[in-house]
Design a binder for this molecule. Structure first.
Ligand code: NDP
Ligand code: MG
Length: 385
């Protein structure tokens, strides 16, 4: 199968590369993208000589690569990802970009009836309704890479009748043992120390604020089409139970495995057609090696946005995601405190009118405006403090 890998230099991207190296007969890497880490380009060209379409975010080293590899098409800048998708020939897009920038490639790939192995959950948070429209018109297929959704996909593959609830597990992130009041002085270095997973910086912060789980509820809604009330979240310390499905007869089914993203990535690349194991059990007490706790929504106030987003739909996800991206970026740059992330998001949501129907162009405008609004309030607050 011919693949395009976006975000090849990131955490998911590099783990995808590991899998491709071990499955050379099955996959050809026809093209890939990096952001600013252009040092990956030459290494990947050596590993995958079939790759003839390569994107880098900035124009800085474009000329140098173009001269060094004249038989390869290089792209950069705002239009570059789109050009890469339009010019390369591929069967499956592996979307391992982080953030809003991942939406357009997902839409283009589906529009062109391609398979999409999707790590970029922001695609569904921002453009879930556009994606559903494409899927419902018979265009393309999505295979989830997120570990929770991969687990749910597997459980539903075994049994998708009489489902009572989808239950996503959450580690609680870096500050799971701290109370809200103890979060006043935590730093970005503290927040980047995730207890069970090693991931890119943005999602690691999203885990600490629980915005990641909020996004994953939305992701589950669009992937599996269960209403909000049928998607639950439970805290689970060890990240071995990747998520579960509870059935109407009271039984549970779960995927239980050590935390390693290679597994869900591989499962998505193989379109779910490789052996897997799920476990059925009658009560969580049977899993006595593992620890579970009810989620306290007042401890993780950002979780409330999942219900709101799924009630309003329209532009809610775009506003929420843009405010979150700006706030997380500002926190990583020590411009705001950890608790300010939530304050920025709530301020922006409160001061933005949510539109009901949005197309891709409108989404882009709203994303841009929301970023301006979030940046403005961050600047103002930092002047005041
Ligand atoms: P990383 O930050 O590690 O990697 C992101 C990738 O996207 C990098 O290759 C980066 O390039 C590239 N990139 C970032 N911004 C741009 C841009 N504006 N234009 C072009 N390329 C860009 O993130 P992760 O791998 O952790 O996460 C990727 C996605 O997968 C996210 O949506 C995340 O939520 C999801 N996910 C991640 C998991 C994990 O274990 N990491 C688990 C489940 C889901 P560069 O670094 O070269 O600048
Ligand atoms: Mg996840």
């Amino acid at each position: 199968m011919d693949l395009l890998l976006l975000g090849a230099s990131g955490s998911i991207g590099r783990q995808t590369i590991d899998i491709l190296k071990n499955n050379r007969q099955t996959f050809s890497l026809m093209g890939f993208s990096v952001g600013h880490k252009t040092r990956y380009i030459s290494k990947l060209i050596r590993l995958f000589p079939e790759a003839k379409h390569i994107y880098m975010q900035s124009a800085q080293s474009y000329r140098w690569y173009k001269d060094k590899y004249p038989s390869i098409n290089f792209y950069f800048g705002k239009e570059g990802l789109q050009q890469l998708l339009n010019n390369a020939s591929y069967d499956m897009l592996v979307n391992a970009l982080v953030g809003f920038v991942g939406l357009e490639p997902t839409l283009i790939a589906l529009e062109n009836n391609k398979k999409v192995a999707l790590a970029n959950k922001e695609s569904l948070v921002v453009g879930g309704d556009l994606i559903l429209k494409l899927l419902d018109s018979g265009k393309g297929t999505i295979y989830p890479i997120d570990s929770e959704h991969s687990a749910v996909y597997k459980c539903l593959k075994v049994q998708d009748k009489n489902v009572d609830k989808i239950i996503l597990t959450a580690s609680g992130g870096a500050f799971r043992n701290l109370s809200l009041s103890e979060l006043n002085n935590v730093t970005s270095a503290d927040a980047l120390r995730h207890p069970t997973w090693k991931m890119g910086p943005k999602i690691t912060i999203d885990c600490a604020t629980m915005m990641n789980k909020c996004f994953e509820v939305v992701e589950a809604f669009y992937l599996f089409r269960y209403p909000y009330r049928k998607i639950g979240v439970i805290l689970h310390d060890e990240s071995y139970v990747h998520s579960m499905v509870r059935y109407k007869d009271g039984y549970y089914r779960a995927e239980i495995n050590r935390p390693d993203m290679h597994n869900p990535i591989e499962f998505a690349l193989f379109e779910g057609e490789i052996p897997f194991t799920t476990y059925s059990f009658q009560s969580l007490e049977e899993l006595d090696k593992f620890h579970f706790h009810q989620l306290d929504y007042s401890r993780y106030p950002l979780m409330k946005h999942a219900e709101k987003l799924l009630k309003h739909r329209g532009s809610y996800g775009t506003v929420l995601n843009a405010a979150n991206e700006v706030a997380v970026h500002a926190f990583l740059n020590s411009q705001i405190s950890f608790l300010d992330i939530e304050k920025v998001i709530d301020y922006v949501i409160r001061h933005t009118r949510i539109l009901k129907d949005v197309n891709y162009e409108k989404i882009c405008q709203i994303d841009k405006k929301t970023r301006q609004k979030a940046n403005k309030i961050i600047k103002l607050w930092s002047k005041m403090s």
